[in-house]
Design a protein around this ligand. Structure first.
Ligand SMILES: [Zn+2]
Length: 462
């Protein structure tokens, strides 16, 4: 095609109609924002999930109660809902205790990583060897045999202070998933990581780990950062450190659970989907408030508002409460298997807590990023008009965004997110009701804009 023709075709939809493409104009979006900011709907959902249902570990009875309650709530609002079966692991935490045996007796604060096997019933006792990188582990070689490997990497406080807590997390979490495999290859008998946390009141932070069937399985725990500091100081001072570790979790057979999928059908292009969502499961230590009752609450509130205001978008808006984000993303994979990426116009995820609103991250770049960013100007009064480019916008929608779907992630202030994330302290009091509702309002507005947007989001600039 000739360049001039491309230019004219690209510009045509913009010239032909206002950018909102909503026959009722921008006043609808403004009304949606105003109504959303007056509502307490998101808080009510977050409170029910955390206080009345509680921890929602994949495969648990509480996770099933959360499926039933959220589906029933959509139904009670008059919104179409269905369950999509998802197979999830069932892992049950047992007793967990750790203490120093040498240089002197003292209790430590420990938790099992999700998926860990148990120690022997009486626990195990062994010298601790500290590792800060994979290279260091391999260089230690035979010295690791018979020991407890202590993976010691901090979240960088400067990155956290600079608003880049997720980058600090990604760097520090490196050993959690496969640390037990790599240590076991060298003959280690257990591993403990420094909890991946930006701040601590001696709470250990859990998270998923995995095994390789070809390598012996060894137990894996996480120490509170204060205890990681203690061991670091003792080793730096030349002490021999010996630890006693007792973990008694159990892996049971997989069970069937479900994604909860609710839908408001589009009036002009119902086959084009704007998917929005967050994960319904949580870790078992806290009540999964910031991770991720908050994201579920924002998603459900978006749907409730659109339905209550009788707003029928051009495209279909589909809410997915994903099961099992924390323990292997099987809900996200199941969803993507059944709903090919090509049917999606955009994917919006909320899984970054409910701090003070800042706006969103997106996979859009360059001119497309700038153009769409301007569409969020009306969120400026609540500070949610930011739009920053990021390769990842959420784990559950990553299967779609990797296949080319434009992704968005709700991205509030994250300074305190990793102080609570995956710990016993992730409880409802960590959510500010006003910030939660403002983020929900921002998600609702973004969803409405996307569902009515005129042209493709990545259309090249004339
Ligand atoms: Zn999460």
């Amino acid at each position: 095609m000739k360049p001039l023709l491309v230019l004219l075709l690209a510009a045509a939809p913009l010239l032909a109609s206002p950018p909102d493409q909503d026959p009722r104009g921008d006043t609808t979006t403004t009304a949606l924002l105003a109504r959303a900011l007056e509502s307490k709907g998101a808080w009510q959902v977050a409170q029910h999930l955390t206080d009345r249902i509680g921890p929602r570990l994949s495969g648990s009875a509480n996770a099933e109660r959360a499926v039933e309650w959220t589906a029933g709530t959509f139904r009670s609002w008059g919104i179409d809902v269905r369950l999509q079966p998802v197979v999830v692991p069932r892992w049950v935490r047992g007793a967990e205790r750790a203490s120093l045996v040498a240089p002197a007796e003292q209790q430590l604060s420990v938790t099992a990583l999700g998926g860990s096997i148990a120690t022997p019933p009486e626990g195990l006792t062994a010298p601790v060897i500290e590792v800060r990188s994979w290279d260091e582990l391999r260089a230690l070689g035979e010295a690791v045999r018979g020991k407890i490997v202590f993976y010691n990497r901090r979240m960088d406080p400067e990155l956290v202070a600079a608003g880049r807590a997720f980058a600090a997390y990604s760097h520090a979490v490196e050993f959690r998933g496969t640390g037990a495999i790599e240590a076991a290859k060298l003959g280690a008998i257990a591993t403990v990581i420094r909890s991946v946390a930006s701040h601590s009141l001696r709470t250990p932070h859990t998270g998923a780990m995995r095994y390789d069937e070809a390598v012996p399985k060894i137990p894996a725990g996480a120490l509170a950062t204060e205890d990681a500091d203690l061991i670091e100081r003792l080793l730096a001072g030349g002490s021999e450190v010996t630890m006693h570790l007792l973990l008694t979790p159990e892996r049971l057979p997989d069970v069937e659970s479900a994604n909860v999928i609710a839908e408001i059908r589009g009036r002009e292009a119902p086959e084009e989907i704007v998917v929005i969502g967050g994960h319904l499961d949580s870790w078992d230590l806290g009540t999964g408030a910031i991770d991720n009752a908050a994201g579920v609450a924002m998603t459900m509130e978006t749907m409730r508002l659109l339905h209550a205001m009788k707003l029928t978008p051009r495209r279909t808006v589909r809410a997915v409460l994903f099961m099992n984000e924390e323990f292997g993303l099987s809900g996200a994979r199941r969803y993507a298997d059944e709903h090919p990426a090509g049917t999606h116009f955009a994917a919006v995820e909320s899984d970054a807590g409910a701090g003070e609103p800042r706006g969103f991250v997106t996979t859009l770049e360059g001119a497309a990023l700038e153009r769409f960013g301007a569409r969020l100007d009306l969120l400026e009064p609540i500070g949610a008009n930011g739009l920053a480019s990021s390769p990842g916008t959420g784990a559950d929608t990553s299967v779609l965004t990797r296949a080319g779907v434009v992704g968005f992630g709700v991205a509030p202030d994250n300074t305190h997110y990793f102080a609570y994330h995956h710990s016993p302290a992730d409880t409802l009091d960590k959510i500010d009701p006003r910030h939660l509702q403002q983020n929900a309002a921002a998600m609702a507005v973004l969803t409405w804009i996307l569902a009515n947007e005129a042209g493709p989001l990545r259309e090249s600039e004339p």
